[in-house]
Design a protein around this ligand. Structure first.
Ligand SMILES: Nc1ncnc2c1ncn2[C@@H]1O[C@H](COP(=O)(O)OP(=O)(O)OP(=O)(O)O)[C@@H](O)[C@H]1O
Ligand SMILES: [Mg+2]
Length: 498
């Protein structure tokens, strides 16, 4: 009837008029949140996602029909209310109705990536007199709460950078990731309890200090340098940090970054609440003082080569190294202007040789806290014994403590001894295994010391011999010279005589 009464061209005007009349007498306000933004591509609207999360926790017991969806990367199953359901929420005594619904698009957008899918949306309805409270306070509450739920339920990720050459094309991603599930925590991490507490406090303070960093004009990040021999728990410490703070980890492999520009791109694509890790920083690049010295020597040599040969060699070098990232590029990465994009970030370097690193790289402000992870001491051992064997004390502890004082052994080796290999291996057997390996380590160290002393003595002997040889040569030369002079003298004399 509507169609017959009003021809096509009037219909829109009539609808507008009807809407106006209705809104005058209709005592409610409605707000709609579509799933996709009008100009959005694939990206679902953030507000929609937050509302979905919010309503899923607030509505699961109220809505009768629910819909399960698996959020991307199989992170978790989200239950949300099904289409055409309604739930009622209450906020400061105000009733709010939420309905979920969908529209089937009448005409397909020309370049729609989503095809003919229906357009889902949530609609909020409330009394008109509450409009201000709802738009100003309630909606913010819903969005914040939704975001917080997302953070609570999300799985954390471990990222690694893709090779620079593979950044092009349709799926241009610079980082790849998997779900981060390392079980290491500060409870399982064995180290001096005092040091551990200090680090824990440092991290917790960092997390709470958003306003402080703003006040002093620093970007909200902190650098840690972990150094020590292999197998002393550096990587375990990083995992424990991530688990404590619930941050993502970006494990940056410097050798597959082409140059400083790409390094910056990587930085921009990291998110807040994350730890950026560069492991074995001393091996990653030509960043060490000693190698620079070597370069100077090479440069002198290279000056003498012809240009064609030089270029070929350079290309070869590039292929081998695959990276032109420089020290200054890395310094900029850590605390240049770009490093302030994003916030709440830790940057962690690990190295086995702290003395090899350029001092500029590890000065305070860049690497704020230097943490030494060292060989197993008695305190460390006690934590490991508790974790691996459930032992607080044992008659063998004293012996072990004494031996640990005399011998260097890594926590990784201690852990290996303490781990029962079969059902028959009880605590006694494991502790004895440890004592045996401590004895072995001690013997090994003794032999090495003897060998070192022998080599040193030999070197000294060689040096001395060379010196002696030189002296002998010098004195020989002198004798020869003296003889010559004498001969000359006698010749002259002879001439004279003659
Ligand atoms: N301090 C520690 N507390 C608990 N476990 C440890 C500790 N140190 C080492 N381990 C054990 O030894 C293994 C190796 O440790 P980890 O990988 O953390 O060493 P690392 O210092 O990173 O060595 P590298 O320098 O070779 O990378 C870990 O899987 C862990 O089980
Ligand atoms: Mg490691």
């Amino acid at each position: 009837a509507f169609r017959q009464l009003f021809p096509e061209e009037y219909r829109r005007d009539v609808r507008k008029y009807v809407n106006k009349v209705v809104s005058y007498v209709y005592p409610y306000v409605e707000i709609t949140f579509p799933e996709y933004q009008v100009d959005g591509w694939f990206e679902r609207s953030e507000a929609f996602i937050s509302i979905e999360r919010y309503l899923s926790t607030n509505s699961t017991d109220r809505a009768k029909r629910l819909k399960a969806s698996v959020v991307k990367d199989c992170e978790s199953v989200v239950l949300s209310m099904d289409d055409y359901e309604e739930v009622i929420d209450e906020f400061n005594g105000i009733r709010i109705w939420w309905t979920s619904s969908k529209k089937i698009p009448q005409q397909r957008a020309l370049f729609s990536y989503r095809g003919d899918e229906e357009l889902r949306y949530y609609r909020l309805t409330c009394k008109r007199e509450h409009r201000d409270v709802i738009t100003n306070v309630y909606l913010k509450h819903v969005l914040d709460e939704g975001k917080a739920i997302a953070v609570r339920t999300r799985k954390r990720k471990l990222y690694t950078n893709n090779k620079s050459e593979n950044w092009h094309g349709y799926k241009r991603t610079v980082w790849s990731h998997i779900v981060f599930e390392h079980p290491s925590t500060f409870d399982t991490l064995a180290m001096d309890p005092k040091k551990k507490t200090e680090i824990l406090n440092d991290l917790m303070t960092f997390r709470m200090s958003k306003d402080y960093y703003k006040k002093v004009g620093k970007s909200w990040k902190r650098g840690y340098l972990l150094y020590g021999p292999p197998g002393t728990g550096k990587s375990s410490m990083i995992a424990a940090m991530a688990n404590l703070l619930e941050y993502d980890i970006y494990d940056l492999e410097l050798t597959s970054v082409k140059d400083n520009t790409d390094l910056r791109k990587l930085l921009i694509e990291t998110s807040s609440k994350s730890i950026i890790v560069i492991e074995d920083i001393d091996c990653s690049l030509d960043l060490t003082g000693q190698r620079k010295e070597k370069k100077k020597e090479e440069a002198v040599k290279e000056d003498k080569k012809d240009p064609v040969e030089k270029k070929a060699e350079k290309d070869e070098d590039k292929k081998k190294k695959g990276s032109e990232v420089t020290l200054s590029g890395l310094l900029n990465f850590i605390d240049g202007l770009w490093s302030a994009c994003g916030s709440e970030r830790l940057i962690v370097f690990t190295t086995n040789y702290v003395e090899k690193l350029d001092p500029a790289l590890i000065r305070r402000g860049r690497m704020d806290k230097h943490i030494e992870m060292s060989y197993c001491c008695f305190e460390t051992f006690k934590v490991l014994a508790k974790n691996y064997l459930d032992l607080e004390s044992h008659e063998l502890f004293e012996t072990i403590g004494q031996m640990l004082g005399e011998t260097k052994i890594t926590p990784a080796d201690v852990a290996e001894s303490l781990m029962p290999k079969s059902d028959e291996e009880n605590a006694d057997i494991c502790l004895n295994k440890l004592i045996k390996s401590l004895e072995d380590a001690k013997e090994e160290a003794r032999l090495k010391a003897v060998e070192d002393a022998r080599i040193k003595a030999e070197e000294e002997k060689n040096v001395k011999k060379e010196e002696d040889d030189e002296k002998i040569q010098e004195s020989d030369a002198k004798i020869v010279n003296d003889d010559k002079e004498q001969v000359n003298d006698s010749k002259e004399n002879g001439v004279k005589d003659a």
